[in-house]
Ligand binder design. Sequence first.
Ligand code: PMP
Length: 400
Amino acid sequence: VFAHVVKAPEDPILGVTVAYNKDPSPVKVNLGVGAYRTEEGKPLVLNVVRRAEQMLVNDPSRVKEYLPITGLADFNKLSAKLIFGSDSPAIQENRVATVQCLSGTGSLRVGSEFLARHYSERTIYIPQPTWGNHPKVFTLAGLSVKTYRYYDPATRGLNFQGLLEDLSSAPSGAIVLLHACAHNPTGVDPTLDQWEQIRQLMRSKGLLPFFDSAYQGFASGSLDADAQSVRIFVADGGECLTAQSYAKNMGLYGERVGALSIVCSSADVAVRVESQLKLVIRPMYSNPPIHGASIVATILKDRALFHEWTIELKAMADRIISMRQLLFDALRARGTPGDWSHIIKQIGMFTFTGLNREQVAFMTQEYHIYMTSDGRISMAGLSSKTVPHLADAIHAAVTR
Ligand code: PMP
């Protein structure tokens, strides 16, 4: 009965790793998926995560019972505080409904399923370009996806004018997906002043912000600085949604820990919204897993562990920033044609190199460097040992 099923293509991002794993070359480098690697090229489990896990293992009162549909209560409260700030009026006024979800992706999915059921406007505007999974998540949730201009290939920076024009002509009430920081794939973020202009425009048109926060702390090394965009919107008392992921900033990729927060107009509305979120979640996966959320809650509620986390997080962010400088210097040293300053200007895990599909294919074939076909490279996957090889490959690709 399944003989008619055709083979689906690999996922454009995760498929890069599949191809990488098949390559026997000793010099191969995987810059596809956005996962942090150490200077030795190894995955990193944060010390603070190991410590928190040890505490959990040694606590005999810990059991493996089901969590509530909404997840671990402590985790939810602490996650809202982390993104909105501990002095956020929305939190103090109990206007935030937070539910633990399956990392950032699950939070986006639950949020958009909720919107498709309960929000008046079904259109969501996403930046062009954006993370490849966004349109799929929103479409499957029942939203209709449109794009707004975001990136200007000529400047390799923000197309702010285009962004404002497109949001101005969006129908009032439309949902707008915003990357809270470290825009993926471009590494280009609005300045605080531009965020304020976006806020004014969106609020004046009644556009609903849906923030995707997958990199808090990873962009600048500061958890507060990376949450400014979200906090600017929450400070005006208006509504918004936020999908948070702990994949990158705590290195909990496979634990699938995240949270969806919906900031509402009153405490009463938040209670009703939460009750409806439960109806979205229950038939989808019943309730979320306990282990990862317990790690996060343990770290967020303990002053010393929290402090240790911020230090390890900053070290990851700093290593990425230093890779930007190394790569930039290496291209300069080779006299590679072109202006590569965007490598040091862009923010977060990725550099949107500007290399085209053919150049990417050439680099994979000749240099065993794996990256997405849009020319995005994960700076977190680089080390001082692999930068020269990458610079050679880029040089060869652009001078071919
Ligand atoms: N949003 C963006 C912009 C991302 O880059 C990612 C991870 N690549 C996610 C959401 C979701 O990741 P996860 O589900 O692993 O938290």
